[in-house]
Every structure is written in structure tokens, then in C-alpha cells.
Design a binder for this molecule. Structure first.
Ligand SMILES: *[C@@H]1O[C@H](CO)[C@@H](O)[C@H](O)[C@H]1NC(C)=O
Ligand SMILES: *[C@@H]1O[C@H](CO)[C@@H](O)[C@H](O)[C@H]1NC(C)=O
Length: 144
């Protein structure tokens, strides 16, 4: 009798601890110590840091525009086609050229969809040749 009583309390406790671990959202600085700049392969970064889950946070950190360089921005592109061709006509500006300073600009991956991120600097040059673009598809958490 005593044993079954103890068992009743133990199992829910163990389950709750497991769900908590799985449900922990991450905060990731895009590009790690490199931040968000020209010349970093962000597809490689995304692959290294996969899998992403819903409610994970991405932080874009970048310098404000300098006289020698183009301004960095963060855009969300609607479709894969726009992403591949770096077509910003229907893109949504998430962070302008100054919003990457300080603690950076935070994007919560709140939905189960593909996110296409890119910088539009230099009339598409950053996106095409940087290549300042990457895709993440956050997966639902086990407890969602
Ligand atoms: C970036 O890294 C990915 C994955 O490692 C690779 O497939 C791709 O060719 C790289 N892109 C460039 C422009 O180097
Ligand atoms: C960037 O956005 C911030 C916050 O909305 C705003 O205060 C600032 O004026 C904007 N900068 C430019 C260059 O548009």
C-alpha cells in the first residue's frame, strides 16, 4: 500500500520535469559572435543551430551604417521565391538600419511557418552576395 501511494506522486512529478526541459525556449544571437554582417554564411549558422522551436528568439545585432559601408536591415520575405531571388518588393521591414545596436533586435519565432530573413542593403547586394539571408522553420514543441 505504502509503495503504490508513493508511486502516484512520483510519476506526475517526473513528467512535469520532462515537459519543462522540452519547453525551454532558446535565445540565439544570429551569427553568434559574428552578429549580422556581410560575409557570414547564415545558412551554415542556421544548420548548426537547428532544430528551432516555436517561441525561440533570434537576436539580430549589427552596427549602424558607416560612411564606408551599406546599412544593414532585417526583412522578412513572404515566399521562397522572393528569398531565392532576393526580391524585396513584398518584404516586411522588421528592423531598420539602427535597430541592431545595443542589445540587438529580437524576433520571436511565434508561428509554425517558414521564416525567410534577409538584409536588403546595397540594392540586394547584401542578400545576394553576403549572403545575408537564411531560412528557419520552427517546429512545434512536444507540449504545445
Ligand atoms: C553556406 O553553407 C551551406 C551549408 O554548409 C552550404 O551549403 C552553402 O553552399 C554555403 N554558401 C556559401 C555561399 O558559401
Ligand atoms: C528606426 O526605428 C526606430 C524605432 O522605430 C526609429 O526611432 C528610428 O528613427 C528609425 N531609424 C531610421 C533610420 O528609420
Amino acid at each position: 500500500m505504502g509503495l503504490s501511494c508513493g508511486g502516484k506522486g512520483f510519476l506526475p512529478l517526473l513528467l512535469a520535469a520532462t515537459l519543462l526541459a522540452v519547453g525551454q525556449a532558446r535565445t540565439l544571437v544570429v551569427g553568434g559572435s559574428e552578429g549580422w554582417r556581410f560575409g557570414v554564411n547564415y545558412t551554415g549558422w542556421a544548420i548548426q543551430n537547428a532544430p528551432f522551436y516555436i517561441n525561440d528568439k533570434l537576436v539580430f545585432k549589427y552596427d549602424p551604417p558607416s560612411e564606408s559601408g551599406y546599412a544593414y536591415t532585417v526583412y522578412s520575405l513572404p515566399y521562397l521565391g522572393n528569398y531565392v531571388s532576393c526580391d524585396f518588393r513584398r518584404a516586411k521591414l522588421l528592423a531598420n538600419e539602427t535597430q541592431g545596436g545595443g542589445e540587438g533586435f529580437e524576433v520571436v519565432l511565434s508561428r509554425w511557418r517558414a521564416y525567410y530573413f534577409a538584409s536588403d542593403g546595397g540594392d540586394g547586394y547584401h542578400c545576394k552576395d553576403g549572403p545575408m539571408k537564411f531560412i528557419v522553420v520552427p517546429a512545434p514543441r512536444r507540449d504545445d
